[in-house]
Ligand binder design. Structure first.
Ligand code: BGC
Length: 689
């Protein structure tokens, strides 16, 4: 064991375990625990620790990072490493690293298996940088697309977020501990440090928590980060209901809870009693104050023991036993990771409108227009920012495909007369517009924060209209972390592609989709409303907000509104036909899992990928409920002329509702299958007993 541990430290090139190297082969107390089964080893180490050493396991070491990593104390004499934590959701925020498409883009792939590969790649790069805790994934519900950090999460639906989050965690935890964040109800940025979210128990349980439960129970996530905000009058880091009753109690979470940074911990006694295991990034309320509280009898030693046990357990499991000696620097931005970033971008772009304009032919000449046309727009500039060595703008992507002579660039906000006449001579014009990390993201002073409007800026809308008037083949490429409204210009253009923040390889994907080298297969993981009036109000200035039961597609469906583009929607260059749906049972118990088979044919001439979606209809719910809810999905590849059967598992427990406790579903239910929440041609019935 000792030599294995020492070897592991050498592999990590000293940063993370520097303190420990001195201890290799050292303290007899540590050696006496070596070789025991994991749980016994944890107990043995705990017994060998002083109260101060245990308390010191419950906070970070210092405010700022060391070599880009936020560290927590080691126990040198016991050869117990510290944690080395690093963001984040779209790649490792340490030096140069692979910048993947943002979470929302990956949500648009509807592909948990692909997300597992992304998680694994980011976990691998984290390990290569000497980290052992990855501060990701962000799995908050997108309650409203104006949320500044929308891009970090996967979408608006709890099942979809849960499936994607589970994929990421399973992948990342091949190498390091993942920390699912921000628990819970965190979906407003500007007031994040103080906002009190009032939310009834049913809404919390049905809409805002199931994806966290999946992260715990299906992916065995090692860490959960509590959110800055309050829920029902208590800061999340001091909420016994969230941390003790639900997370650690009902769900049986075995990992550790860490606070969000700096203002994420607000108290000593209340937080410790509520079940906050680690204060990050430095001891303000924990450390000496926590030791005093223990001495004064305000915090029982059992609480400290429990937290220290959780921390040590994960350290042994991941930071020592889990260290992969084969991970070296060469994995960072490796060929394989760059290819993966490109594959994900290819599958994440959503073709929203296409009036025969796309795909362009490979021999076309194209004018790329807009200030973002030659920018690799990676998104948030806050904690999820990643700095790749190289990145590809849309312009560079087109040049790569068509050659420089066929692509003209007008990186301007408005075309002058000479530009306008040059651009109109091209076979097609592609206007690249949208948001950047300046406009939305983690709020850092004037940068980032929530959006005031879902519309594009006036300049960008004017540019689209100017170009559309010039050319009858105007393609708009939108960039941003969530829905953008298109009133006033959508009818004037021939095609619209939602590109999100597509990562460092994103420019290739934009060109490949527009030129047809890639058949678009992304599907919206959120609702695109006609206007903001179709959504619940979003208040990013008030210190108190109420989250209602309905948001996203549940809201527009419940209100009978027609969104601009519905949840689950996305076009392809081929046509899919839905043939038949079969359930493997006609009756089943309320906790059963049933399998639906859905036949899908490709009637076009190109191979394509379709995301088959299954919703359940709540025709006569015991409590008011959305008319339909997503209950399963599967991405399938279908060749021209071929029929493929998608197999989709449906967990019937998710049909229940919360009313003082989980109430199981009962009675006949219609299961609807199709290509979006508003296109569900197939139906099968099953009775839940
Ligand atoms: C963010 C977290 C992040 C942490 C560390 C906080 O401000 O809310 O998501 O992991 O900083 O960078």
């Amino acid at each position: 064991m000792v030599s294995r541990l020492c070897d592991a430290h050498r592999v990590q090139r000293a940063r993370l375990f520097a303190l420990l190297l001195a201890g290799c082969g050292g303290d007899p107390a540590a050696q006496s625990c070596d070789g025991l089964p994991l749980d016994d080893r944890v107990t043995c180490l705990l017994e060998a620790m002083t109260a101060s050493e245990k308390v010191a396991q419950m906070h970070g070491s210092q405010l700022g990072p060391v070599d880009d990593l936020y560290v927590t104390p080691a126990v040198e004499r016991l050869r117990l490493p510290g944690f080395a934590m690093v963001d984040g959701p779209r790649g490792v925020r340490a030096g140069h690293a692979t910048a993947f498409p943002v979470g929302m883009a990956r949500g648009a792939t509807w592909d948990p298996a692909l997300e597992e590969r992304v998680g694994e790649a980011i976990g691998r790069e984290t390990a290569a940088k000497g980290g052992n805790v990855l501060l990701a994934p962000t799995i908050n519900v997108l309650r409203h697309p104006a949320w500044g950090r929308a891009q970090e999460t996967y979408g608006e639906d709890t099942l979809h977020i849960g499936r994607m989050g589970v994929g990421f965690i399973v992948g990342a935890q091949q190498h390091v501990i993942a920390s699912a964040k921000h628990f819970a109800g965190n979906s407003i940025e500007d007031t994040r440090f103080e906002v009190d979210v009032t939310i009834d128990e049913r809404t919390l349980r049905e809409q805002y928590l199931p994806h966290f439960r999946m992260a715990v129970q299906e992916a065995n996530v090692g860490s959960v980060m509590s959110a800055y905000n309050q829920v029902n009058g208590l800061y999340c880091a001091e909420s016994p209901h969230l941390l003790r009753d639900i997370l650690k109690g009902e769900w049986g979470f075995e990992g550790f809870v860490e606070s969000d940074w700096i203002l994420g911990t607000r108290s000593t006694v209340a937080s410790a009693l509520a079940g906050l295991d680690i204060e990050m990034p430095a001891p303000v309320f924990y450390g000496a104050r926590l030791e005093d509280a223990v001495a004064a009898g305000e915090v029982p030693m059992a609480v400290i023991d429990e937290a220290a046990r959780r921390v040590i357990h994960k350290k042994l499991e991941f930071a020592i036993d889990g260290v992969d000696p084969n991970v070296g620097d060469d994995v960072v931005e490796s060929e394989e990771h760059l290819e993966l970033a490109r594959e994900v971008a290819n599958k994440s772009l959503v073709l929203l409108k296409n009036e025969g304009a796309l795909p362009l032919s490979n021999s076309a000449s194209v004018a790329l227009i807009g200030a973002l046309a030659d920018v690799a727009n990676l998104g948030d500039e806050g904690s999820s920012a990643v700095e790749p060595t190289t990145s590809v703008s849309p312009y560079a992507g087109f040049v790569d495909r068509l050659g420089e002579a066929a692509v003209s660039l007008f990186a301007v906000d408005v075309l002058d007369a000479a530009d306008a006449s040059a651009a109109s001579a091209a076979d097609a014009v592609v206007v690249v517009v949208g948001l950047t990390g300046e406009d939305e993201g983690e709020k850092l002073g004037p940068v980032g924060g929530d959006r005031d409007t879902l519309a594009l800026s006036d300049e960008q809308q004017a540019l689209i209209l100017q170009v559309a008037a010039l050319h009858d083949r105007t393609i708009v490429v939108l960039e941003g972390g969530a829905s953008i409204t298109m009133e006033g210009w959508i009818d004037e253009v021939e095609a619209v592609v939602m590109a999100w923040y597509p990562g460092q390889q994103g420019g290739f994907a934009v060109a490949d989709v527009v030129l047809g080298a890639v058949n678009p297969s992304g599907r919206l993981p959120i609702t695109f409303p006609v206007s903001e009036t179709q959504l619940p109000a979003f208040d990013h200035t008030s210190a108190a907000v109420t989250y209602g039961y309905f948001h996203g597609y549940r809201h527009v469906d419940h209100e009978g509104l027609d969104p601009l583009f519905p949840f689950g929607f996305g076009l392809s260059y081929t046509t899919f036909t839905y043939g038949a749906i079969r359930l493997d049972a006609v009756t089943a118990s309320a906790d059963a899992t049933v399998t639906a088979e859905v036949d899908v044919s490709n009637g076009g001439t190109r191979p394509g990928e379709e995301v088959v979606q299954i919703y359940v209809a709540f025709d006569d719910p015991p409590l008011e409920r959305a008319p339909i809810e997503l209950k399963g999905f599967s991405r399938i590849a279908v060749d021209p002329g071929e029929t493929v059967t998608a197999r989709i598992e449906i967990d019937l427990a998710t049909l229940g509702h919360y009313d003082g406790g989980w109430q199981p579903a009962r009675g006949p239910y219609r299961f609807l299958a199709g290509s979006s929440s508003r296109d569900l041609p197939l139906e099968a019935t099953l009775t839940v007993e």
